[in-house]
Ligand binder design. Structure first.
Ligand code: GTP
Ligand code: MG
Length: 302
């Protein structure tokens, strides 16, 4: 195809703004996990959208917040790297929260970290949750805060308003050959998507700090002759004391996590799935480069 364009658009914003929901809606597939909790996404996740001759590669990023722990720092620097590498940036905000301190800090940091020539739009997300007259005041505040190239009002869960945003972004992509084949939706391996799905189910079942002190890796993947898939995964936890909570009474918690994950994986793969979850205490996983690499992150200096 001649006259093609291809480029990257980073989706950035506070934790829970709806970046992963938007990525999945844009691509029409669940590539990135979503929960109602903050700091769900840990690495950069690419999703590819082809419209006519244009290929727009969206990059979902971890939420931007004031990082404390080592893992948090790795996540936040991955998000800024995503913005730095992209051809255009979309800053998502939650319409219900408006321009809170977190968003203002992101805009300040953005001015220092990212070239002023880079196109940036703000996407006011979750407009299904607010009265539309409240958006008038918000629009004035946004205009005063920064000279955004565009403001979009969207609902990622309802796939509302995303079409206009895509139209604008397409035109910003550099001319050149496509970077992914036409039928490829993303770049994450099935092993890593499967680990993320199990982590999503753990995040939904477990409370307080626990979801932030565990990670999941896929150890083994076997396509069997009978058409089924055998997947073995390890849930790494930081403390022996977390084991009984992750397992639950009589192993019930881990069992239902496994059932939920297996069900979703079977639907996604369109094959029966046998999922085996192991729990391993590794007090050092939060400092282990291999675990970071599995999430597409770099281990920051201690
Ligand atoms: N009502 C409503 N909820 C939304 C919308 N978009 C996302 N959500 C919800 O907001 C929550 C957070 O969504 P995510 O997509 O995980 O947010 P995120 O920005 O990726 O969060 P992190 O990965 O933690 O940075 C989930 O419960 C979503 O269902 C929307 O347009 N409307
Ligand atoms: Mg996310």
């Amino acid at each position: 195809m001649s006259g093609t364009r291809a480029g990257f658009v980073a989706l950035i914003g506070e934790p829970n703004a709806g970046k992963s929901t938007m990525l999945n809606a844009l691509v029409g597939a669940k590539l990135s996990i979503v929960t109602h909790k903050v700091q769900t996404t840990r690495g950069r996740i690419r999703g590819v959208l082809n419209v006519e001759a244009d290929q727009v590669i969206f990059v979902d990023t971890p939420g931007l917040f004031a990082p404390k722990r080592r893992l948090d720092r790795a996540m936040v620097s991955a998000a800024w790297a995503g913005a730095g590498e992209a051809d255009a940036v979309v800053l998502l905000i939650d319409a219900q929260k408006g321009l809170n301190g977190g968003v203002k800090r992101i805009v300040e940091q953005y001015k220092h970290q990212v070239s002023p020539d880079k196109p940036i739009a703000i996407a006011v997300n979750k407009i299904d949750k607010v009265r539309h007259d409240s958006l008038l005041t918000l629009t004035t505040e946004i205009t005063e805060l920064h000279d955004f190239d565009r403001i979009f009002y969207v609902s990622a869960t309802r796939n509302d308003g995303l079409g206009d945003m895509v139209e604008w972004l397409r035109g910003l992509m550099p001319e050149g050959p496509w970077l992914y084949p036409e039928d490829q939706l993303g770049d994450a391996s099935m092993r890593s998507i499967a680990a993320e799905i199990t982590r999503e189910k753990l995040m939904l079942r477990l409370h307080q700090e626990l979801p932030y002190q565990l990670t999941v890796g896929t150890d083994n993947w076997e396509d069997r002759k009978d058409g089924s898939v055998k997947i073995e995964q390890t849930v790494y936890i930081a403390k022996e004391g977390h084991r009984p909570i992750v397992l639950g009474k009589g192993g019930q918690t881990l069992k239902s996590v496994g059932q939920d994950s297996r069900k979703e994986l079977a639907e996604m793969l369109e094959h029966p799935v046998h999922l085996f979850l192991h729990v391993k205490v590794d007090p050092r996983w939060l400092d282990d480069g291999e675990r970071y690499a599995e999430m597409g992150l770099e281990l920051p200096e201690g």
